[in-house]
Design a protein around this ligand. Structure first.
Ligand code: CA
Length: 221
């Protein structure tokens, strides 16, 4: 899953991107309001972390524009410490959550996971299909209660498929959400990755729909 990070302070942006990558997601960073507005409105992200003080267009204006344009992506705004007016304005403009600066990366990640969970209508953090369980908090995957070691890419793939279970996901959508922009995208790589994941899980929860993509059944058992 891709998460857009809009932050003009390079150091904070890099730290946030690192935390997001370690959390099993793909982070894309933009530092400029105009770029942020465009990217958030034209590409699909699982969530957006939005700083409010930005060059060219401020975060609040971007958020209002997105919501007017029908962009429903969950947004976590980063506000100045102690500025209750920023928090109120942010939430009124359509933010789903806020975090005052400075913040701990652990808290940012917990809030992001909660946003993603709510946006997919799940109350429980761990996702279970058949005997496969993925816990995004610990990044643990287990099969029948036995932990399975996955590579970061395999974890991202399984996380994405489970998050969107019941929907057929095309190879290009998977490429978009598993690799960062500059990485090589190759449909054979996705096929090989799915194959490796299936072997590790020893469970047939990922179905292939020839010509369409992959799906994890909603009520696989
Ligand atoms: Ca800023």
């Amino acid at each position: 899953m891709r998460i857009l990070v809009v932050e003009d302070e390079a150091r904070i942006a890099a730290d946030v991107a690192d935390a997001i990558s370690s959390g099993g997601f793909v982070a894309e960073v933009v530092a400029d309001g105009e770029d942020a507005w465009f990217r958030g409105g034209t590409e699909s992200y699982a969530a957006i972390v939005l700083d409010l003080g930005l060059p060219r267009i401020d975060g609040l204006t971007i958020l209002k524009r997105w919501r007017q344009e029908g962009v429903a992506t969950p947004v976590l705004v980063l506000t100045a410490r102690g500025s209750w007016t920023e928090r109120v304005d942010g939430i009124d403009a359509g933010a789903d959550d806020y975090l005052p600066k400075p913040f701990r990366m652990e808290e940012l990640m917990a809030r992001l996971r909660a946003l993603l969970r709510r946006s997919s209508g799940r109350a429980q953090p761990a996702m279970t299909v058949a005997n496969v369980t993925l816990d995004p908090r610990t990044r643990q995957v287990s099969v029948g209660g036995v932990p399975v070691a996955l590579t970061p890419l395999e974890f991202r793939l399984l996380n994405y498929l489970l998050h969107h279970r019941g929907r057929v996901i095309s190879q290009s959508e998977l490429s978009d959400n598993l690799y960062s922009h500059d990485s090589e995208r190759d449909s054979n790589a996705i096929e090989a990755l799915v194959g490796r994941l299936r072997r590790k899980l020893k469970a047939d929860i990922i179905e292939t729909r020839r010509g369409f993509g992959y799906v994890v059944a909603q009520d696989a058992s």
